[in-house]
Design a protein around this ligand. Sequence first.
Ligand code: FER
Length: 294
Amino acid sequence: MKRILLTIAALVCGAVAASAQPGGMGMGGFGQMPQVNVKFDPYVAAPAGYDAERPGIGRGTLETVEYKSESVGTIRKATVYLPPKYDASKKYPVLYLLHGIGGDEREWLQGVPNVIMDNLYADGKAAEMIIVMPNGRAQENDRAEGNVYASSPAFAAFEFDLLGSLIPFIEGKYSVYTDRMHRAIAGLSMGGGQSLNFGLAHMDVFAFVGGFSSAPNTNTPEVLIPDVEKTKAENKLLWMVCGSKDGLMYNSSRLKAFCDEHGVPCTLIEFPDGEHNFVVWKYGLYNFAQLIFK
Ligand code: FER
């Protein structure tokens, strides 16, 4: 009986989440949303092999960490990438990199962030940084099980786990800077929405914000940027990408339109023939990583 009730609750939540987006589920998996006419920023293809393991270069390391979440009340996991020759006598900035609705702290590994970053470092194209890939589903059972849309509230609740527990944990464990100019947040889909929502609401914490194929959890532009002058003064990078064939473009394009109208610096690249997948998200990381902490 409990199981049936849970299933019904999950279905209702899923339907609400899907209908929050005009058109609901349908074409492209996510339905057709209103089109917003915006001037996209130029697409420049990533060089061939940017995501392929290159022999003979320095390699960073991946590790799993566990931290106590005060807001969730559980021990939670995150994946951490340390750059080649991580040296605890130096200090590093930190990129928080968030996954999508069906993922967890390991989803980003499909996008080989370690390979992309190792290659960027070999070419001297990015500032050395630590990348933290948390689990953005802040609830007791944080596995991507059952109707994943039903966990949308937990993606919103991650704000408190991130700010209250994960960031302090990372800053206690690793040799990192602890000011806004040395923190960035970006993510894919649900994680893109989280990054825009949390990053722009907490500019005292994050100076650099990225959204890749951001999902309908993305707040409206008026909520994201309630004070245009403050955002202009404090945000150092607002960078987005979305596939041209992705039914979720609306979330990015309406923010881009708002920024252009109000003179807030903002990038939105339309990935040609891009869909809702890691082809776009890897490209997002490759570009975003080169723009932050500089
Ligand atoms: C939705 C469509 C897609 C939605 C979320 C997503 C919360 C997220 C997709 C992803 O993370 O890949 O209506 O509502």
